[in-house]
Design a protein around this ligand. Structure first.
Ligand SMILES: N[C@@H](CCC(=O)N[C@@H](CS)C(=O)NCC(=O)O)C(=O)O
Length: 231
């Protein structure tokens, strides 16, 4: 299938969900056009292509209807280019387990970062930090199971869960710095601490992971439009 330049990605550099899609496009050597979205003033393109959620990323493939939701997009890419760097395992049970943990990461683990930002007061923040660290231990256990002693969830190279969790690396660093704790550390989560280093230096990841400036700009936008609250 001719894919070159038929793919367009609507997003912004600081969005982990957009970065997730970029990782997979890179892994599969799919060329794409990046369309910058301004979430402070959403474009007509975003509102019409993702009218339900009004969120990025949105993927456009030739003249087909837009595809929304990052996990759906990366699975779509895996399906249209299965011959290059498969990210999901071929075994249905393993695939189901991968999806289970992706669901945990997106719906339980990462939302705690946002909850930490939104919570005012030392006590409340400390309680959320504990929940994040408990989550990191669960992820360490999952990593041990999936990686089989190798460097990645996917084994010898980046797989589905590396993409799903790895897209949050820059935000993890930011959250750690802002809140003076470690999400993944050498003592509590030694394998994930090691994995973090592999991910940061991985070819397809390192050019996508946003630097401090886009992260800080995005953070300031969140603070403005969705400010913290006292609980
Ligand atoms: N479940 C969605 C989450 C996407 C998401 O939260 N995107 C954020 C940017 S990081 C967004 O577009 N936010 C706009 C809004 O909340 O109005 C996915 O996986 O694609």
């Amino acid at each position: 299938m001719a894919i070159k330049s038929e793919i367009k990605l609507l997003g912004t550099a600081a969005s982990p969900f957009v970065n997730r899609v970029q990782f997979v496009l890179n892994l599969k050597s799919i060329e794409y056009e990046f369309i910058e979205e301004n979430l402070a003033c959403k474009s007509e393109l975003l509102l019409t292509s993702n009218p339900i959620h009004k969120k990025i990323p949105v993927l456009f493939h030739a003249n087909m209807p837009p595809i929304c939701e990052s996990l759906i997009i990366i699975e779509y890419l895996d399906e249209i280019k299965p011959d290059v760097h498969r990210i999901l395992p071929s075994d249905p049970v393993e695939r189901a387990n991968n999806r289970f943990w992706a669901n945990y990461i997106d719906n339980k683990f990462y939302p705690l970062y946002e909850e930490l930002r939104l919570t005012l007061g030392r006590e409340g923040k400390e309680a959320i930090k504990i929940r994040i660290m408990e989550g990191s231990v669960l992820l360490e256990e999952a990593f041990m199971k999936f990686s089989n002693g190798k460097a990645y969830f996917g084994g010898d190279d980046v797989g589905y869960l590396d993409v799903v969790l790895g897209c949050f690396l820059a935000w993890t660093k930011f959250v750690e710095k802002n809140n003076e704790f470690k999400v993944f550390d050498e003592v509590r989560t030694p394998r994930l601490a090691e994995w973090t280093k592999h991910m940061w230096s991985h070819e397809v990841v390192k050019d996508v992971i946003p630097g401090n400036e886009p992260i800080m700009n995005f953070y300031m936008m969140l603070q403005k439009y969705r400010p913290p609250r006292a609980i």
